[in-house]
Design a protein around this ligand. Structure first.
Ligand SMILES: Cc1ncc(C[n+]2csc(CCOP(=O)(O)OP(=O)(O)O)c2C)c(N)n1
Ligand SMILES: [Mg+2]
Length: 352
């Protein structure tokens, strides 16, 4: 039989076998941590969980195209897999959800799902949806002013794409050709509101033309397509050609959060069909077909991850709780006299 010179897709993209196995492992790990935290929430250990299940393929692939320790990320509450690909480990994530005193994200001050940490170049996120997109543009502007070789990525949902901040941020980035990658993870719902009720015309990427940047649509279940789109956006940003908007079509496999029940607004058939678009089995099948992943390797990886998550959650649970005295730390520049009574602001003369 004639020898074929068709190389697997990942090699065409410059990714090694180790790279794609590493991506697959990051996806499995993020899923395992996410699932563990649902259990901990249901057991009353974690107050609230907002899941990234179904988004892992897009998130790992896109973050893989960024340079760890050099580039920056302004995430949103579903960014667990991205945050982990950027360097946060299972224990960091679980510790944050348990609001422990030494949580790297915020010392237990933020809500669960609010990832961040200076050591990882991940900006602490704000709860009002969309504000992180302005932060990303600010970071990109700062890097450009300083002449630093830094690209910033930010992520948000399609419902959030309708917030005023998104227009301001994208317009500013388009005018100044800033090195930023806008990632819209379109999972078809904003809590219970379906896409056709939130996005006029149903395309977020189509809006890019108004901001003088490319608008790229990718299947969030196609890990390598997500990587390729982000790599291209990253190269473009580094060449000084400005921002890119990527819209990744993903699935939200869980309810919006642990306070929601999607059975109240999604048909059972729709929910059952989501599993076919789960990025994990899709990527596993592709890696098997490329001869990179074997059943044995898959099983070993999954077993390692299971024990890693068991250990990480045990260690996270054993960490110290914050004390009431800690509450003012990192909030005010100086300790408050008397240990906690806030000093009222002086009245403003001639106020209106
Ligand atoms: C400014 C603001 N309005 C409303 C909310 C409440 N809220 C939290 S998540 C969410 C839905 C966002 O949907 P989408 O952007 O599609 O992201 P998804 O949750 O689907 O990933 C809303 C309305 C908020 N946090 N901030
Ligand atoms: Mg959504």
């Amino acid at each position: 039989m004639a020898q074929t010179d068709i190389r697997p897709r990942h090699q065409e993209l410059g990714l090694s076998d180790d790279d794609v196995l590493g991506m697959y492992r990051d996806m499995l790990l993020a899923r395992a941590v996410d699932e563990r935290m649902w259990l901990m929430q249901r057991a009353g250990k974690i107050a609230f969980i907002i899941s990234g299940q179904g988004h892992e393929g897009a998130q790992v692939a896109m973050s893989w195209a960024m340079r760890k320790g050099q580039d920056w990320m302004a995430p949103y509450y579903r960014s667990i897999a991205s945050a982990m690909t950027f360097g946060m480990d299972a224990e960091d994530i679980i510790t944050a959800h348990l609001a422990k005193a030494d949580d790297v994200s915020s010392g237990g001050r933020q809500m669960p799902g609010h990832y961040g940490g200076a050591p990882y170049n991940i900006v602490s996120l704000s709860s009002p949806v969309g504000t992180q997109v302005l932060h990303a543009v600010g970071i990109a502007m700062g890097a450009w002013v300083r002449g630093d070789d830094v690209v910033t990525m930010t992520q948000f949902g399609e419902g959030t794409s309708n917030q005023g901040e998104i227009h301001e941020a994208m317009n500013f980035a388009g005018v100044h050709k800033l090195p930023v990658i806008f990632v819209c993870e379109n999972n078809g719902y904003a809590i219970s509101v379906p896409l056709d009720q939130q996005v006029a015309g149903s395309s977020v990427a189509a809006r890019a033309v108004g901001y003088d940047m490319p608008g790229v649509v990718v299947d969030g279940g196609d890990v390598l397509a997500c990587y390729a789109a982000t790599k291209e956006a990253h190269d473009r940003a580094r060449r000084g050609e400005g921002p890119t908007l990527i819209e990744a079509h993903v699935v939200r496999l869980t309810s919006h959060s642990s306070d929601d029940d999607q059975r109240r607004y999604r048909d059972p058939e729709e929910v059952a069909a989501l599993k076919e678009r789960d990025p994990i089995p899709q990527f596993a099948a592709e890696l098997r077909a490329a001869g990179v992943l074997t059943d044995e390797r898959d099983e070993t990886m999954r077993a390692e991850i299971k024990s890693l998550v068991n250990e990480a959650s045990k260690r996270a649970e054993a960490r110290p709780e914050p004390t009431p005295e800690d509450a003012h730390e990192r909030v005010y520049a100086e300790p408050i006299p008397g240990g906690g009574t806030a000093v009222p602001l002086a009245p403003i003369d001639g106020g209106h």
